[in-house]
Design a protein around this ligand. Sequence first.
Ligand code: GUN
Length: 293
Amino acid sequence: MTIIDGKKVAQDILAEIAGEVEAIKAKGGKTPHLAAILVGNDGGSESYVASKIKACEKVGFKSTLLRFPDYVTEEKLLQAIANLNNDKDVDGFIVQLPLPRQINEHKVIESVLPQKDVDGFHPINVGRMVLNLPCYVSATPYGIVQLLERYHVPTSGKHCVVVGRSHIVGSPMSILMAKNTLLGNCTVTLCHSKTENLKSHTQKADILICALGSPEFVKADMVKEGAVVIDVGTTRVASTETKSGFKLQGDVKFDEVAPKCSFITPVPGGVGPMTIASLLKNTLLAAKKEIYS
Ligand code: GUN
């Protein structure tokens, strides 16, 4: 059994990005610039955005954080997005989700210029991903693909079961794993809250990708011997073990599932760090204008 070290792979990717940034700067090029919009002060969003900004510093990107109170109007938010769309210095930007109720999330996502949508959430980027055209693939699925690639996990002809059909993870993941590409060619089953007898599906998975957001939901009896298990869950639960008073818990009961696996990602230190590395990779692509040239 191999524990997939997402922290190490993410550090390797950040080092590769830092090298490229140095080369760009040495040639007198513009410093890549990522901006983030954060609305309100949800604990999870605060810490994700703080990690993204910190990673920017690490690789030599410029970063800008725009904060708004949770009572911000949609109009004001859309204006801020328009400003970032028009700002020539900003290569890419993200609007951290979730947003407060008064804001229409779809309207916000569609107002981001696809060329600067380094989260890969805009329908144009999602559509281009489905059609195998150059696009920004959203950071978590992109991170998972890179983990599987760097650990040489065989995928062709395998049965991949994805649990969870969110727009951010489950749905794009199911599409990527079925693609006729080097990493892909899986037969994919996408399970969700209405799936009957979920266990009968997960037990058949060669590759099981869990993105439900339900701590320790996946138990040993749901997993096939030798399976590859990717745990995308990051639920914040109260803990006396940490200074912050909470810890991140995955969707998989790691201790009992890991011994059955050929590969497994831990939480924390699995998919999570890869999400940030992938966002920065997308930002570098945006700075180099490689996707929409
Ligand atoms: N909320 C949870 N995951 C993400 C993400 O990848 N990007 C943004 N913008 N918000 C999120």
